[in-house]
Design a protein around this ligand. Structure first.
Ligand code: AHR
Length: 663
């Protein structure tokens, strides 16, 4: 069947009269599936991930580092997040730098220390230091001492409540020169807890300087400078195909100087200066830098989707296209070379030096982020310059634009949608109408149903699922998509705390983590889809009445838009060619159970039984939390009474995946 025919088939199904809200007397909706007709192919890379340094996503999140402000650079006014113990005094010292990147150190005056009153410093981590039983923690730091002091120093994990020492080690041999010290702190049979701190003390009087004080727990796949296992596992279970990196606003920064300057985020961690993530208001040590993003991709077998800096900062400063932009374009080319260049290239060789001689896979490069914010009109020129430079050197790469351009045809356009549940549902059929022959494909690079905080509730999951049926059904156009943001540290939800953006897919504190209902919706869609969209039509789809809110224009509230009838039931049907399984997804966003009649043609027979995976809640605002992480989670059951023609009732507020087996 031609694209045009498929388009009109889909359009025809939409044009059919929609029934009113489902009730006993309403006609039963019908879905007719033609398993012999392909409507579209499903992009194998449809579902990916996107995050950035927001909501303590890396530091205080995915990145394993447990010490907050390990480099003492979070504030110039003093060693923020550090305390003294035992009568010590501490100050920032810019006269005793470790190196040009970490040109400040913490001067610790422990001249009052004694055996009965050890003196030193303590760090409470990112809202606690998580301790688990029988676990080895890797502590490390750089230190130098004033004449006469050689140590020893005790490094300990201490409970804040009862001051119990949960693990400790000593190091000695400090001199007048900077040296790196390392120790393993192994816990015994303690209960998991987060109300702990790292304490570094001396029982011998002296003065010393410290820098890069670090503590790592075991990491995912035991990577040095690696990631938190529970969060990595949640992501691994989603089977993501790519990672949009490194942002978001984080790529751009409020100013050009505070952009994600990738060249300062690679190499030994103690050589990275770090930078103020002013887009989200906190310091990043850049311990989680470009190579760590790439390791993350490798560990989850996903591809990087590299967003390169395009010369625009959030506070509207921009680099003029032309000679001014040239060094930034070169930085972008160097970055791509770092990712995919052979070891014979300058930046490929640097990647090898950084421990990864093999190039990483790369198919997509995005130019900037949300450049529609740039009112200067410079994006067209900036995009063209970067596009031409990349295509000249790497013609195989697909280039993504973030705003409309006139002078080039981008391979892909990045669209962002943050919406209410109703809005998501009202737009779930948008891509059905997209021209099939358009040269530019779509990346839905940030999207979310923003209902619920800190993480979305079931209403969010239903809006997401409705939206995903639309993306999947049209994934010949929507090649790639990524929900955003992905992470939130839920430890301190007050102003200036651990969350800068509400409704984030996965929540966690120092010790535990959970997936929101939206996480489960994503996980189900990402792990259950075929490679082919089958032709289908639907009749009698129930609707509900929605009054869209009034919008403001130039601060002035506009008249209410017209009331809309919005679909209340969504579906999409794909086939997995290898197994032949037909994967039918049904989203019922209503408070009532919904019977649906399903007929399937184009296959001889459908087995009477199938696996049904169901995500369901009693109320729209039902959700998961750190206290109740598994309240909403999918379950599987065996669906019976199936065939080429069957009626099945879908529970209220539910997402169901039926794996139908042709025989
Ligand atoms: O996802 C949060 C922010 O939303 C991203 O940084 C930005 O691209 C968008 O405006």
């Amino acid at each position: 069947m031609s694209w045009k025919a498929v388009f009109f088939l889909l359009l025809g199904s939409l044009a059919l009269p929609l029934a009113t809200r489902a009730d006993e007397t309403a006609p039963v909706p019908q879905i007719q599936i033609d398993a012999a007709q392909t409507a579209a192919t499903v992009s194998p890379t449809l579902y990916g991930l996107m995050t950035e340094e927001i909501n303590y996503s890396y530091e205080g999140g995915l990145y394993g580092e447990l010490v907050r402000n390990r480099s003492f650079k979070a504030s110039v006014n003093g060693p923020k997040f550090w305390d003294t113990v035992g009568g010590a005094a501490m100050e920032l010292d810019t006269n005793t730098p470790l190196n040009p990147a970490l040109a400040v150190s913490l001067k610790l005056d422990a001249t009052q220390a004694s055996a009965t009153n050890p003196a030193g410093i303590a760090n409470g981590g990112f809202w606690g230091i998580p301790i688990r039983p029988q676990t080895a923690y890797h502590a490390s730091f750089y230190a130098k001492a004033a004449a006469g002091f050689t140590g020893p120093l005790t490094v300990a994990l201490v409970n804040n409540g009862d001051s119990a020492v949960l693990a400790s080690a000593t190091v000695s041999g400090l001199t007048g020169d900077w040296q790196k010290f390392e120790a393993t702190l192994t816990t015994g049979s303690t209960s998991p807890s987060k109300n702990n701190r790292l304490v570094l003390t001396t029982a011998t009087p002296g003065t010393l300087w410290l820098q890069q004080v670090s503590l790592f727990p075991p990491t995912y796949l035991d990577r040095a400078n690696g990631n938190r296992p529970d969060l990595m596992q949640l992501l691994a279970d989603m089977h993501p195909k790519f990672l949009r990196m490194p942002g978001g606003n984080y790529l751009e920064g409020n100013t050009i100087a505070t952009r994600f300057n990738w060249k300062t985020t690679i190499g030994p961690v103690e050589q990275r200066p770090g930078h103020l993530d002013d887009a989200w208001g906190y310091w990043s040590t850049d311990g989680f830098g470009l190579m760590e993003y790439l390791h993350w991709c490798e560990d989850l077998r996903m591809e990087p989707l590299l967003a390169v800096y395009a010369g625009y900062a959030l506070r509207h400063d921009y680099i003029k296209p032309g000679p001014d932009l040239t060094p930034y374009v070169q930085d972008d080319l160097d970055e791509i070379e770092y990712v995919i260049g052979s070891t014979n290239t300058v930046w490929g060789a640097q990647r090898a030096l950084d421990g990864h001689p093999e190039p990483f896979p790369l198919h997509y490069v995005e130019v900037g982020n949300e450049d529609w914010f740039d009112r200067s009109g410079s994006y067209d020129g900036r995009f063209a310059q970067i596009y031409d430079a990349i295509k000249a050197k790497y013609p195989q790469l697909m280039i993504i634009a973030t705003a409309k351009v006139k002078t080039r045809v981008p391979d892909v356009m990045d669209e962002h949608y943050y919406r209410s549940e109703e809005e998501m549902e009202a737009h779930a059929h948008d891509y059905d109408k997209y021209p099939r022959d358009a040269k530019t494909k779509i990346f839905v690079g940030e999207w979310a149903t923003r209902v619920g905080s800190p993480t979305p509730n079931m209403a969010g999951a239903l809006g997401d699922a409705a939206w995903m049926t639309g993306m999947e059904r049209n994934s010949d156009i929507v090649l790639i998509s990524s929900y955003a943001p992905m992470f939130v540290n839920v430890s301190d939800l007050g102003k200036g705390g651990s969350m800068q953006w509400k409704s984030d897919l996965i929540g966690y504190d120092a010790l535990t983590s959970y997936g929101s209902p939206s996480y489960w919706a994503q996980q189900l869609f990402s792990t259950h889809h075929g490679d082919t969209v089958l032709a289908s039509t639907a009749t009698g789809i129930p609707t509900y009445t929605w009054q869209p809110p009034a919008k403001k224009r130039n601060g002035v509230e506009q008249p209410l838009p017209p009331v809309q009838q919005v679909p209340a039931l969504f579906y999409d049907i794909t086939r997995d060619t290898a197994s032949g399984t037909l994967i039918l997804k049904i989203v019922n966003r209503q408070a009532t159970a919904q019977p649906v009649k399903i007929t399937i043609s184009g296959v001889p027979k459908i087995a009477a039984e199938a696996t049904a995976t169901v995500l369901q809640a009693d109320k729209l605002d039902d959700t998961n939390t750190i206290q109740e992480p598994g309240k909403i989670a999918p379950h599987t059951e065996t669906a019976t009474g199936l065939g080429k023609d069957f009626t099945r009732t879908f529970p209220p507020y539910s997402i169901t995946i039926l794996e139908l087996k042709p025989e």
